[in-house]
Design a protein around this ligand. Structure first.
Ligand code: AMP
Length: 369
């Protein structure tokens, strides 16, 4: 059985590595000849919009998924319309919704999921109105194609907001309130073919310069887990979803405020490879193939630290007891996620202490949540 993956990044690579023990085959599509998943699975090398390659993917695969949230939705729809009528999972509608911060906010509001106060900004007049409605400080973000903190600016004054508009304003924008959060969390869960659910323990996330640095799981209060699970279920049901979905939240007191969703496996779920009974990658595959979902039970207290820019010397990393290294096979570049490490401990206190030391050693540049 062959699973197609549009996008052959590290998420696609980890999907393939999780699928081989289940007897699955993979076929990826990516414009980069040296893409991480292309190093472990056959690769169709070309543009995401290449109709001939999309047809080939549809023809050769039982189901087609994606590992990047900016895959052109039209490419997925073209595969559905092709003579081979590809089965796409998760649904293209969820991808389309998540690609635009405005439709994403509207969905949260419609489903009764608290989110930040926001306004769409397409002009200077809109900006003035948004500042009046939402107030300062705030964040101006591009509606589309933002990731890892790219395409956004924190603004504290009207003058800063106007400068940010000049810098970002070539694209449609969204202005939202700055949330002085206590911490950030994400909830990750799968919905199967018959609507069955498998939701992971909550992840506590630390970002630095907009990039995820550290995730600890299980994390946080029971009430947060219950709330996050309820919100996730609403989005999954809304789309009659199949596969893994992630929602990221800001936490203030006992309130969860949705920041964004990702219709795919997520960086904050990498700990599940060693730290949960079934990894997010395996559960994604099970869900999209109509197989029974696996347990999401935590096997201990995990911390995942992203390796950004370059992989530290392997000998040094592997000398650390119980450390699991994942090297994505990417060329080093400042600010680029090139790998991650995970530790699983018997207690949260030990995990946090060890993660703190490890993060300092790896210069992950962030505090434990
Ligand atoms: P995003 O690309 O929207 O996920 O933003 C990346 C990170 O920037 C978030 O995880 C937060 O750490 C920070 N951030 C983004 N928007 C806000 C906001 N409105 N208030 C506070 N922090 C924010």
């Amino acid at each position: 059985m062959t699973v197609g993956i549009v996008g052959a990044g590290q998420l696609g690579r980890m999907l393939a590595l999780a699928g081989y023990p289940l007897g699955l085959d993979f076929l990826c599509l990516d414009p980069a000849a040296d893409a991480p998943a292309g190093q472990v699975a056959p690769l169709l090398n070309g543009a995401f919009t290449d109709r001939a390659l999309l047809r080939e993917l549809a023809r050769r695969c039982e189901v087609v998924t994606f590992d990047w949230e900016n895959v052109p939705v039209e490419s997925l729809r073209a595969m559905q319309r092709s003579p081979h009528a590809a089965r796409i999972a998760p649904p293209a509608a969820a991808l389309a919704c998540g690609q635009d911060r405005v439709t994403e906010k509207q969905l949260f509001e419609r489903l009764g999921i608290p989110t930040t106060r926001w306004r769409a900004v397409d002009s200077h007049t809109d900006l003035v109105a948004a500042l009046a409605a939402v107030g300062l400080p705030g964040v101006l973000k591009t509606r589309r194609l933002g990731y890892d903190g790219k395409g956004q600016a924190v603004v504290r004054t009207r003058a800063e907001a106007e400068r940010a508009l000049v810098r970002l304003g070539a694209a449609p924008l969204l202005y939202e309130e700055w949330v002085p959060f206590d911490c950030e969390v994400s909830v990750i869960g799968a919905r199967g073919a018959r609507g069955q659910l498998a939701i992971y323990p909550l992840c506590g996330n630390v970002h630095g310069a907009g990039i995820l640095r550290i995730t600890c799981a299980p994390f946080g209060r029971r009430r947060w887990q219950a709330l996050a699970g309820r919100y996730l279920e609403r989005v999954l049901a809304h789309f009659r979803y199949r596969g893994i979905l992630t929602i990221e939240f800001f936490v203030r007191g006992d309130r969860l405020i949705a920041n964004e969703m990702a219709p795919r496996v997520h960086n904050s779920g990498h700990w599940t490879i060693e730290g949960a009974a079934t990894s997010q990658f395996e559960n994604h595959l099970r869900a999209i193939l109509g197989l029974p979902l696996g347990s999401t039970r935590a096997l201990g207290h995990s911390a995942m630290i992203n390796l950004i820019g370059r992989i530290p010397p392997r000998r040094q990393l592997l000398a650390l007891p119980g450390l699991h290294l994942h090297d994505y096979g990417k060329r080093p570049r400042p600010g680029r996620k090139v790998g991650h490490v995970t530790i699983v401990e018997h207690s949260a206190a030990r995990r946090d202490a060890r993660a703190r030391r490890l993060a300092a050693k790896l210069a992950a540049g962030a505090r434990i949540p």
